[in-house]
Design a protein. Structure first.
Length: 110
């Protein structure tokens, strides 16, 4: 079992409860934080739900950088890691983030 911490993020005046865990392996340390307000019945930013994801490496062979458009505006994120331990950490981080968000919206989908 691993330790899970609770967090709170403010996104456009909405509070999002998040969950945080650390993933460690040989030469790899990755922290993942995820959470959502769930569905709010509106597909747009004004009244819709909020979702938060954060991946932070403190050790390992990785590259994280923004993807920009022709105007230099950030339109995405590129996330690259190397090594089997890095691959394992990414899989665990994505599984954790998916589980957190799915659990937070399960009442709506059930």
């Amino acid at each position: 079992m691993y330790e899970i911490e609770k967090g709170l993020k403010k996104i456009n005046d909405s509070m999002v409860e998040t969950y945080i865990r650390s993933i460690t392996g040989p030469g790899t340390e990755l922290e993942v934080e995820a959470g959502t307000t769930g569905y709010k019945g509106t597909p747009c930013r004004k009244g819709g739900g909020r979702t938060y994801l954060r991946f932070k490496y403190s050790a390992g062979d990785q590259l994280i950088r923004p993807i920009t458009d022709d105007r230099g505006e950030a339109v995405g994120v590129e996330f690259v890691c190397c090594g089997d331990a890095g691959l394992d950490a990414v899989v665990k981080a994505l599984d954790f983030a998916r589980d957190v968000i799915s659990d937070q919206i399960c009442e709506v989908n059930d």
